[in-house]
Design a binder for this molecule. Structure first.
Ligand code: SAM
Length: 255
């Protein structure tokens, strides 16, 4: 649970969340710990508030930060995480959430098959589980097997991280006729969060599917690509990739 604090040198009426120094009134409805930046939270809340989904799927629950928003605006939520402690920690906090404990690679195909067979309308999904390139690519591939009944909005966290972004670019969106919009930089990411050695994290990508087929080619937008490229040159990811040719030599010396 997030804590409030009164800041020294500030007016006593100004109550802040102590984790992000955010004025409390802006997020007072969402007190659970949340692994997103302030701009991501506001973009995320805004999308959910606008679409009010019938059925939502969350991949990656952790402390329930994003789930508290999805639950508030959805009729029913399936929350998937491979951490079994989530049931004890969050099980009694939400009336409309069914927790599915396991690897999303196996849980999602079965869930999609069941919901499609029952003609249930999935209208929102968050992909924020396995952050490897392959993990993200697999979650996208497995989710996009679903043929939407109404519009389906999918938010993907950490599109600013090079490994995650690569996973998001792996899927051939043009081959799926129900995909009408892809933006990798719906909300921009951040550099060096919590002094994490020049790493790039955060950012929200957005995919929108409609229940009818697209008739024109799809453009995958990257509206902050210039920012991404500049930051990448100064990041640890660039340095590691540039030195990757040394890996075989390092392996020989380690033996
Ligand atoms: C970054 S946290 C999610 C944060 C949360 N969405 C939020 O905004 O507060 C990632 C979560 O994904 C879960 N996870 C990692 N790999 C997974 C997998 N293959 N299947 C299901 N869950 C996974 C982890 O246990 C962790 O709880």
């Amino acid at each position: 649970m997030r804590e409030f604090k009164y800041m020294e040198n500030l007016n006593k009426d100004l109550l802040l969340f102590s984790d992000t120094n955010t004025p409390a009134f802006t997020e007072i409805d969402f007190p659970l710990d949340w692994s997103m930046t302030r701009s991501e939270r506001y973009g995320f809340i805004h999308v959910l508030k606008q679409i009010k989904p019938k059925i939502s799927i969350e991949i990656g629950t952790y402390n329930g930060g994003s789930l508290q928003v999805i639950s508030k605006y959805s009729e029913k939520v399936y929350a998937i995480d491979n951490d079994p402690t989530i049931i004890d920690r969050l099980g009694n906090k939400f009336d409309n959430v069914e927790f599915l404990i396991g690897d999303s690679k196996t849980v999602i195909p079965k869930l999609i098959k069941d919901l499609q067979a029952k003609n249930e309308s999935i209208e929102f999904a968050l992909i924020d589980g396995d952050h490897s390139t392959e993990g993200i690519a697999t979650d996208i591939k497995n989710l996009l097997v679903y043929k939407p009944i109404k519009s389906l909005h999918i938010i993907l966290h950490d599109s600013f991280n090079p490994r995650c972004r690569k996973g998001m670019k792996t899927y051939n969106y043009n081959n799926n006729k129900y995909v009408h919009y892809v933006e990798l930089d719906f909300i921009s990411g951040i550099f060096n969060p919590d002094d994490l050695g020049r790493q790039m994290w955060g950012g929200l990508a957005l995919i929108i599917l409609f229940p009818y087929e697209r008739t024109i080619p799809l453009k995958v937008y990257q509206s902050e690509l210039k920012l991404y490229n500049v930051v990448y040159k100064h990041s640890i990811h660039f340095l590691k990739n540039s030195l990757s040719f040394l890996k075989p030599i390092v392996r020989i010396f380690r033996k």
